[in-house]
Design a protein around this ligand. Sequence first.
Ligand code: DMJ
Length: 453
Amino acid sequence: MAFIALFLSCSSSDAPPPSPPIGPLAEQVKAETKRSWEAYKQYAWGSDVLLPISKGAENWYEEPLYISPIDAYSTLKVMGLDEEAAEVETYIIDSVRFDKDIFVKVFEVNIRVLGGLLAMYQYSENEQVLQKAIDFADRILPAFDSPTGVPYYWVNLKTGAVKGEKVNVAEAGTYLLEMGILSHFSKNPVYYQKAKRSTQAIFDRRSPLDLIGQDINVETGEWLNTSSHICAGIDSYYEYLYKGWVLFQDPDLKAMWDTSIVAVNKYLPETKDSLLWYGRVDMNTGERVSSVVTLYDAFFPALLALSGDLDRADAVQTTWNWLWNRYGLEPMAYDYAAGKPTYPVYDLNPEIIESAYYLYHFTKDPKYRAMGEKYFSDILKYCRTEIAFSAVENVETMEQRDYMATFFFAETMKYFYLLFREDGGFNFDDYVFTTEAHPFRRALFSNFAASKK
Ligand code: DMJ
């Protein structure tokens, strides 16, 4: 009887459609994420990060900002860990206040805290979450009140005091998505306008070669470091020009991207031993200044692929894949002319996995999934701890470091999961990922108005 009832209920027309197959590797990624999440909850709940070897916790500042759970939320949702996600949402609503007398790094909290809260609102449609996001954004907004419109490095969440006149371009120009999304959700254009003014201020100070430098003085607009590259310190400025255009359809961003990417592809590439590197040149002369690259640069194939340049994307991914396989993990900084790391830490960073996911998404070439399988097995081999995963102090010795960055939840495990999911998880025609891998549905922004006010 029970069998018949079950059979009838499964075959009735209102039964939910069967879940798409996920695949064993994606299931393994999900299980490892859950294991690490349990460890965060047990040893670090309420703190910013888990210390995965000593089983402790650490905060970025004098008081916690709950960065790991806020950053992790969208990954928990993507993986279907709905109970865990709901627990974070309740905690944020009931227990989290941002009126803290602490100076925070504007760039870092924008991509992790504001971006994470906005993703939480998108999934939950909980107005209280939106109010938290607005409250948080209003507390970092005073940073943008510099003479140039480029934000100061630090802002005090309680007083609005600012400090830090020197910022790099990634810290100066990675706000369009989070601030634009908030403008749309809150119907207040001020956030997008502040973000765009900062991006425009950088673009307007480009050299006659259409290149920008690395560090800028937010009060004078003077370049403090004229090294031009796509490495850590500039990377996500370019990412947000293109993704900002895709999400908001603001033609000014498209024009900035079109000008910039031509110059980037003209002056930065250098081939060495058949590998294509994007190095560093002086923004004014185009002369080479350094052959040191950073593992952050492995985001670039994803951006190239998204913008339609699959050939270059493949060539650059081949380079980063070579470097990964040389060590079994990537060093944070590497001198491709000298052929050795200059900073051998691996911090559980996601970029090379993100690019494998994008390239697989666009080409369906199984070699990119195979790359991801190797990265995952190396991370299991060298970074897995009794309770979670750790950074590695030196990729030549694989000595572990007692730290698990918040982007491990937000990005690294999310991109592994999506790369291994049999259905790919997302359609890029429908979604845009922030630089911290929070996915946003493009259709929500089809009548985006903040750029027109
Ligand atoms: C992340 O916090 C973001 O992706 C940022 O833009 C640069 N890279 C780190 C992780 O490596």
